[in-house]
Unconditional design. Sequence first.
Length: 389
Amino acid sequence: MSRKVKFVEPAKLYLMIKEELDAAYSEVMSKGELIDRGQLRSFEENLAAFVGTKYAVGLNSGYDALHMSLRAAGIGSGDEVIVPAHTFVATASAVINVGAKPVLVDVGKDFNVDCDKIEGAITSRTKAIIPVHLSGYMADMVRVMEIADKYRLVVVEDACQSLGTSMESETTGRQQATDSKPQAPNTRNTRRMAGSWGLTGCWSFYPFKMLGGYGDGGAITTNDPDVALFATRMRYNGEDRHSGEYHGHGFTCLLDNLQAAFLDVKLRYLPQWIERRKAIADRYRTALSDLPELLLPHYDDPRRDHVYQNYTVRSKQGNDFSEYLKAKGIEVLTQFRKPYYRHEALKLENRGFPETEALSREVCSLPMNVEIADDDIDYVISAVRSFKQ
Ligand SMILES: *Cc1c(COP(=O)(O)O)cnc(C)c1O
């Protein structure tokens, strides 16, 4: 069988919106607007509006967003920060690189931090928690915020994989702010986007994220003016761009104007792309849910929706299953077969994380992208069904 199904096809997606991307490119190039110009401002405004926060600050990567958030919150040496055992390594690296200690907590069946295990990891040094919204599905932010309030922890949301997902908040959800003055209760509605609950939401526009640029990119969203100002200065070596004054030793991590122009085009498509992802997920679910040995990423919490950055299934025959699909010409992702805390050089404490260990052996993400053809999905489905579990 010579058929090939790619995990993502960036060139195909480009052709779908070529005219608008080319126009954005021409505009930037012909005017020579490269650094900190109108396209960046426009994208930041549209991103903030989409997430439902007052501010968005464009940065160079999702890592920078995490790093900047921890700096803004004053997290540093001697502090502990709770992070999930199952996430991309950058979540923990940001903590290490501000001089603090990541304290790992196991995840639950939905791949997100197990809220029942958070309190057991809190010590007198714990200053913050970074819930990660993995694969397009939010951590239970109602519980996370309750725990954070109780122990006065800063919450930094690693929302790099979950732009556009939301959760019903039973309480009058208020976002955190550094001055800890109570914010006006959110009375518009009780459904709140990922990235609008904590002090900051951290975003990545790495090419293969749901909103992907054509190179690295990232942002924070926040309602806190001091955090927004801090990030705006520190991304540009600490400089206030109006006065020229340096307000601290900063970094070089400004989102490129050209990338912002591309991202602004793509953000307009995001709502319809999310619908497409949900439709593909439904197709997988309908066709595969009778397979008893295969766990599908559908969870019955009516308060949360799933935007399927990834469609990650679990098979007890992890490697056999993923190798079988690869042999059928289907590109799959097996993140993360080796949990990050098992990489010796990172020198992280492995306190035993049974769910992370189990799922890391079993995960397999099936092709999930907006550019995929329906008959390719059907081909993936028939290949999955033909595997003898
Ligand atoms: C992609 C990702 C990051 C890092 O984003 P970069 O833009 O690659 O730095 C951090 N956390 C999670 C969960 C991610 O998926």
